[in-house]
Design a binder for this molecule. Structure first.
Ligand code: F6R
Length: 239
């Protein structure tokens, strides 16, 4: 079941989502958190940084696993998701441990299997943050006829490559393949927070709530999870 919270503005949505983290970390300081990259969570991460600096949230015992990483890419590459997370969160908030799939591995399949094993060994996610792509992807689980259960190497969809081209300058090569968390670790999460912002997401959000499970809309599978909250601003809600 998806609980939908529409906030007046992006700033309000960031505060609402940050309250969810505050409650989660208070209840379980050693929470296992799943984290996303992209434009949408940046304001939320800034809110978490402020609250952490103000002593209102303590992440020092929490462990994190990110949803995805480009492939192949060096962790030190400015466009890697490791670099993104260091810039926007990890360099500013202390966590017990932060993991992201290794975009430099020679054996991506072993990397994915190992990542799933690490998430399972950690007990699965207490709180998993997801965004949604304009094509309905979650993590980099792109619309397809069938889906691997575990984490996997995925060819990015044309829509995703176009949407993410805004992050790359003309002289930078944009990766077209990624390592993505699979459906199993996502559905093992006790609680899922989907965070969405902007008018460019209104069409896909409308389809997400049309009362159907769509095989070509991976986010619609979330209707089958028992504890999903989607926090979105008015622009994304289409209201
Ligand atoms: C990123 C991720 C993606 C994004 C989605 C939305 O780690 O898993 O699913 O959440 O592409 O990205 P933004 O927020 O840039 O619109």
């Amino acid at each position: 079941m998806i609980k939908k919270i529409v906030c007046d503005s992006y700033e309000d949505a960031c505060r609402y989502a940050a309250d969810i983290y505050a409650g989660q970390l208070k209840a379980k300081p050693d929470s296992v958190l799943g984290l996303a990259t992209g434009s949408t969570p940046i304001g939320l991460y800034n809110e978490l940084i402020s609250r952490s600096r103000a002593g209102l949230i303590d992440f020092s015992r929490a462990r994190t696993f990110n949803l995805d990483e480009y492939y192949p890419i060096k962790a030190t590459h400015p466009q890697s998701y490791r670099a993104f997370m260091e810039e926007h969160l990890f360099s500013k908030v202390k966590f017990a441990d932060t993991r992201i799939m290794n975009g430099e591995t020679a054996d991506p399949h072993a990397e994915c299997a190992g990542y799933d094993a690490q998430i399972e060994a950690a007990g699965g996610f207490d709180l998993l943050l997801l965004g949604i792509g304009v094509n309905g992807h979650i993590a980099f689980i792109e619309p397809a006829a069938s889906y691997p259960l575990g984490s996997y190497l995925v060819d990015l969809a044309e829509d995703t490559i176009v949407a993410n081209s805004r992050f790359f300058s003309e002289d930078e090569t944009q990766p077209v393949i990624a390592l993505s968390m699979g459906l199993s670790p996502i559905f093992m999460a006790k609680r899922i927070l989907m965070f969405v912002s902007g008018a460019n997401k209104a069409d896909i959000i409308k389809k997400l709530f049309d009362g159907y499970l769509h095989t070509d809309l991976p986010a619609s599978f979330l209707h089958l999870h028992p504890d999903v909250t989607i926090v979105l601003d008015k622009a994304a809600s289409g209201e």
